[in-house]
Structure formats: C-alpha cells, structure tokens
Design a protein around this ligand. Structure first.
Ligand SMILES: CC(C)(COP(=O)(O)OP(=O)(O)OC[C@H]1O[C@@H](n2cnc3c(N)ncnc32)[C@H](O)[C@@H]1OP(=O)(O)O)[C@@H](O)C(=O)NCCC(=O)NCCS
Length: 208
C-alpha cells in the first residue's frame, strides 16, 4: 500500500468534527500500490505520453462540457490538463487516474475519485475516449476503482451523479452494482445551464 494510504482496519482516530461529520477528509488519497489491473486495463498515474488521449477526449463535446478537458486541443492545453490531474492528488482533492490499455499502456480514459467535505464520502467521475467505448473498459475501471477506494481507504460511501439521458453511464453504474437513490433536481451546472441528475451510490457495506 502506498505512502499516505491505509487499510480499512488501520484507520486513524477521527479528529473532532461536528455531528454531521462536516470537515475535510482525513487523509489525501495516494495512488494504489500495487497498481489496479484487470485483463483489459490498468489504472495508473497520468504522464505526458497521454496527450493523444486528452486530444481524443475533447472530440466528444460532452466531455469538455462537464470536465476540464480542453475543447480545442493544443499541446500546451493538453499538458496543463495532465498537470491538473497530478494536482488533484497533491492538493488532497482526490485521485485522477488514467485508464490505460493493459497490453499497450495507451491511455483510453479517466477515472476520478473526489473527496468530499463530509467524512468518508467520495464522488466518482469517469470518461472513455469514443474509440474505446462498449468494450468493457468502463466496467473494469469503475469496478476496480470503486472496490479499492471502499476497501483500502477510509471512504465508505461513493456517489455518482448522472444526467438521466446518459444511457451509457446509467447502464455502467447499474452493472457495477451501484444503487439508484433518486433524482436531484436542477443539480448539475453544465456551461451555465442547470440539469437534473440521477444520484447513485455504492457503499462499503454493499461489498460485504
Ligand atoms: C459512460 C461510459 C464511461 C461507458 O463506458 P464503456 O466502457 O463504454 O462501458 P462498458 O463497455 O463497460 O459497458 C458497461 C455496460 O453499459 C452498457 N452501455 C455502455 N454504453 C452504452 C450505451 N451508449 N447505450 C446503452 N448501453 C450502454 C454496455 O452494454 C454494458 O452493459 P452490458 O455488459 O450489460 O451489455 C462511456 O460511454 C463514456 O465515456 N461516455 C462519455 C462520458 C460520460 O458520459 N461519462 C460519465 C459522466 S456521468
């Protein structure tokens, strides 16, 4: 296990917090060690070699709308995107990992675990470049990342918010065992417009 991460049975004593658990998460997430792998993918730290993946992600207009992927790719913007991914971990906001092909190591997508202000809560984000979809990579990426964060860190509740019209994302979360909790009305800001979101969760106890 990497420096700064810990097993579920090795939790630090919680510092004082109010009765709603509202305080910054205890510890930043570190990259999983050993790396999370399946037959199809590995989840790893972003590198500057991943610029083609950032460029390809920007060709699906939906991705730049909901993320910081540059809509108009330049090498400078691509490098800045990758540096922002490193910064998530360094700044304690969470962990952004590249979803890379297990054989070639080529980056095909992203999975993000974002720490919330409530103790033990985490938000999930993900995308795959268009050419890598419908091949099971999303299932493996979400399966690996969610199981790891709920069992190897002090996160106990992982949530994902999805536009109700995003059938691929809804299918992916259901396949990965997430429970639909309900509709959050006027919840998501996408380019100055408000959208409803369907909220899903996966709990540590769901894995037992
Ligand atoms: C959502 C996304 C990550 C799915 O990843 P993926 O690798 O294509 O998903 P998988 O191949 O693992 O498929 C998982 C399940 O979802 C289903 N599915 C995936 N895309 C689908 C689609 N567009 N329509 C219907 N079902 C779909 C698959 O059939 C599979 O179910 P099955 O095994 O029962 O057939 C991908 O489409 C994507 O990156 N979309 C754009 C970004 C995005 O929407 N991100 C999420 C924001 S909340």
């Amino acid at each position: 296990m990497g420096k700064g991460s810990r097993g579920a049975g090795d939790l630090p004593v919680a510092p004082s917090s109010d009765r709603f658990g509202m305080r910054q998460s205890l510890m930043p997430l570190d990259y999983p060690d050993p790396e999370l792998t399946s037959d199809l993918i590995r989840l790893r730290k972003w590198t500057y070699n991943d610029l083609p993946c950032v460029e390809a992600a920007g060709t699906d207009p939906k991705i730049p709308q909901g993320t910081t992927v540059p809509p108009l790719y330049t090498e400078e913007e691509g490098r800045a995107f990758i540096e922002r991914q490193w910064g998530r971990q360094i700044g304690g906001q969470g962990l952004s990992m590249a979803v890379a092909d297990a054989g070639t190591n080529e980056a095909k997508g992203l999975v993000f675990l974002g720490l919330g202000r409530i103790r033990g809560h985490c938000r999930l984000g993900y995308w795959l470049i268009p050419a890598a979809r419908r091949q099971g990579l999303g299932t493996d990426a979400i399966g690996l990342a969610s199981r790891w964060v709920l069992t190897a860190t002090d996160v106990h509740r992982l949530v994902a918010e999805v536009e109700p019209s995003n059938v691929g994302s809804l299918a992916l979360l259901r396949k990965c065992g997430f429970t639909e909790e309900g509709l959050l009305r006027s919840w998501l800001w996408i380019e100055d417009e408000l959208f409803d979101a369907t909220q899903f969760s996966l709990l540590r106890t769901d894995l037992m």
